[in-house]
Design a protein. Structure first.
Length: 210
């Protein structure tokens, strides 16, 4: 497939780019500073784009098939996630694209008690604004006409290795036998590209974890 990845310069975004290239996809990394992007490959193109600017989004999307957004806001600018959602959807409409995979947040996943993770007593207070913004952005995608998939990570994305082995769920946080909720960056990228290729979660949300 010929895909565009926004947020490609971050840890998760770059892992997604590398996994997509590993699986023979054509990839365009849409980043604010192309000169600072370190990955190089024959099937990789790097372009300048600002996800908060619909015009540059549209320009980056023309001629491609599918879109992945791994956009993460700067600290203190968590509500940029909402502007990014609107901008991305506007750009996709203008470019005539329908298929979108969004890397979201874990805060609105349900725990064993039925609470959202971000409403539990142990959830870090400093992460609540980001979790809330992710939850609000999710509602924007849900209300759109796009063929979206919203992938919520587990509570922690950790350093590790690519195993290709993890569990898949829908709206409930995945935890292991010790109560931990995690996945490696590499395996998270595997889950993203699996969904790109298989399309099992059209117009819905899913999550992964060990």
């Amino acid at each position: 497939m010929d895909i565009v990845v926004f947020g490609a310069s971050g840890k998760i975004g770059s892992a997604i780019v590398e996994e997509a290239l590993k699986r023979k996809h054509e990839v365009t990394a849409a980043v604010r500073k192309p000169e600072a992007f370190s990955i190089q490959h024959d099937r990789l193109k790097v372009v300048a784009a600002d996800l908060l600017d619909p015009a540059t989004v549209t320009a980056a999307l023309h001629g491609h098939e599918e879109v992945i957004s791994a956009f993460g806001p700067a600290p203190g600018h968590e509500n940029d996630l909402l502007q990014a959602a609107d901008s991305l959807l506007t750009g996709m409409r203008a470019a005539g694209l329908q298929r979108l995979i969004v890397i979201g947040g874990a805060g609105s996943l349900k725990t064993e008690t039925g609470e959202w993770l971000m409403d539990t007593a142990d959830f870090p207070e400093n992460f609540r604004p980001l979790a809330s913004a992710h939850a609000n952005a999710y509602e924007i995608y849900r209300g759109s006409e796009m063929d979206y998939t919203y992938l919520s990570p587990p509570a922690a994305i950790i350093a590790g290795r690519r195993t290709g082995q993890f569990r898949i769920g829908l709206d409930r946080l995945i935890v292991d036998e010790n109560g931990r909720s995690s996945i490696s960056i590499q395996d998270f990228a595997v889950a993203v590209i699996d969904e790109l290729e298989e399309g099992n979660f059209s117009k819905t949300r899913f999550t992964v974890g060990y």
